[in-house]
Design a protein around this ligand. Sequence first.
Ligand SMILES: Cc1cc2nc3c(=O)[nH]c(=O)nc-3n(C[C@H](O)[C@H](O)[C@H](O)COP(=O)(O)O)c2cc1C
Length: 322
Amino acid sequence: MLPPILQNLRIPVVASPMFIVSGPDLVIAQCKSGIVGSFPALNAREKDGEPPLLDAWLTRIAEELDRHNQANPDRPAAPFAVNQIVHRSNARLERDIEICHRHKVPIWITSLGARVEVNEAAHDCGGIALHDVINNTFARKAIEKGADGLIAVAAGAGGHAGPQSPFALVQEIRDWFEGPLLLSGAIATGRAILAAQVMGADLAYIGSPFIATNEANADAGYKQMIVESGAMDIVTSSLFTGVSGNYLAPSIRNAGMDPANLAEADASSMNFGSGSSKAKAWSQIWGAGQGIGAVRGIEPATDRIDRLAEEYRAAKEAVSRR
Ligand SMILES: Cc1cc2nc3c(=O)[nH]c(=O)nc-3n(C[C@H](O)[C@H](O)[C@H](O)COP(=O)(O)O)c2cc1C
């Protein structure tokens, strides 16, 4: 049984947080279209001496969604989520938790580390906490530390993907966990959303297809590369952040490197002190998951979500006809 906050979505989808790419424009469009929108807290970066941008973003999101709900009581906006990178190098974590707590953020997504106090802060302001994991051991630890739900990040996902098949990962977690379970990795069609549910997940967690939307904060060349690329163009490497992640091979080639011969980096080189590991050095290296073959153009997020909703409806009908 899903917690009330995750019930009544238009389709069972949470749009995942993406470094740099996800900001208030995208989140507001996603929520207004009926799916959970999210962004990493670290994306809100003010200049030295300025007031916290995270504060301003949360105020704007709440106000715009409120206005939408008053004007459209028959199709209210979905709730939004904020992602916290729980890594020792994230020097802003404590401050960002305080801001999110003050704004009563309804859904907290934690990555890279499970910590009791982050889950407690989420619960204390009436929210829920979802933790992303790449295997069953991390899944158990996250629940022991007080997370309400899990995001199973399977092979093929954009960003820091896991190595496991979604079938294996969902099966092992569902063996003991009855709470909210999201599946992440290369989900880009209505059929795939339904497949995630048939496998045992409650909701699909979708990132890369939203890079090629008008509202995404991404270079025009990045959006176009998503449109032109498919699964064969995705390479896995640890070089750019210190942990294994999935990237667009053409962007690596454009940066003068051979995607087939990348050096390995070790996890100790991860650093989120200034936002993300080696962010500046690798700003032209673009991340994406294997599902992008389904992305045919750059369009408003609401059009992409309408299509997913129609495909999902048609997939259910087709399955019941069979
Ligand atoms: C460009 C990019 C940046 C990402 N940044 C983050 C991040 O900052 N925090 C996080 O928890 N996940 C991040 N992710 C992972 C996503 O949350 C999610 O697991 C993934 O996008 C799902 O796979 P898909 O892209 O194939 O749909 C990122 C993914 C991409 C593609």
